[in-house]
Ligand binder design. Structure first.
Ligand code: PNS
Length: 166
């Protein structure tokens, strides 16, 4: 176990797939810490099957964050706080969009804090243009042929279109 290092943070999520809103939070979080580890949830039973495998989801994020030299991306299949502890992180960074996110995040915060009081959660308010952007909405738009090019990285838009045209 590594002691918490105040230069390291974890930014967790399912990222199925990564959106430009997630990238905004990752970019801003990476400017606040020396190292930002993007943790990609790899628990297939948790929210039902994901559209993309954990390895694909990680690869999309790696490709989209190439210019951010202090960002690392890895899958995890443990409790979030155990992952953060294991990596020596002292903070968990999350984005908050609308008020609807607040209740869920408050609950997660209480759970996580109970398990690991030494790890602080930091919430970044979504930039206005991404306030209502979520992966499930992008998938729904893509399913019905909606315009998604402005919402996700190019590689992800292409992969979604390919996947859904099958
Ligand atoms: O909304 P997301 O992207 O699926 O969120 C995933 C995550 C890990 C950020 C959220 O579920 C959380 O904060 N979980 C804390 C409880 C935990 O550790 N669960 C096991 C891993 S999902």
């Amino acid at each position: 176990m590594n002691p918490p290092d105040n230069r390291i943070a974890v930014c967790p999520g399912t990222f199925d797939p990564i959106t430009n809103g997630h990238l905004d939070v990752i970019r801003r979080g990476s400017a606040m810490f020396d190292k930002l580890i993007v943790g990609v949830v790899n628990l297939p039973w948790r929210k039902g099957e994901t559209m993309f495998s954990a390895e694909q989801r990680c690869q999309f994020i790696r490709n989209a964050t190439r210019e951010l030299s202090n960002v690392e991306v890895e899958p995890f299949s443990t409790l979030l706080v155990d992952f953060a502890r294991d990596r020596g992180a002292m903070a968990i960074i999350k984005g908050l969009r609308a008020i609807s996110d607040f209740e869920y995040e408050l609950e997660m915060n209480q759970l996580n804090r109970r398990q690991a009081p030494e790890i602080e959660s930091v919430y970044l308010m979504a930039s206005a243009k991404y306030s209502f952007l979520r992966s499930s909405g992008v998938k729904e738009l893509a399913t019905f042929g909606g315009e998604i090019d402005e919402l996700v990285p190019d590689e992800v838009a292409k992969a979604l279109k390919e996947r859904l045209s099958r």
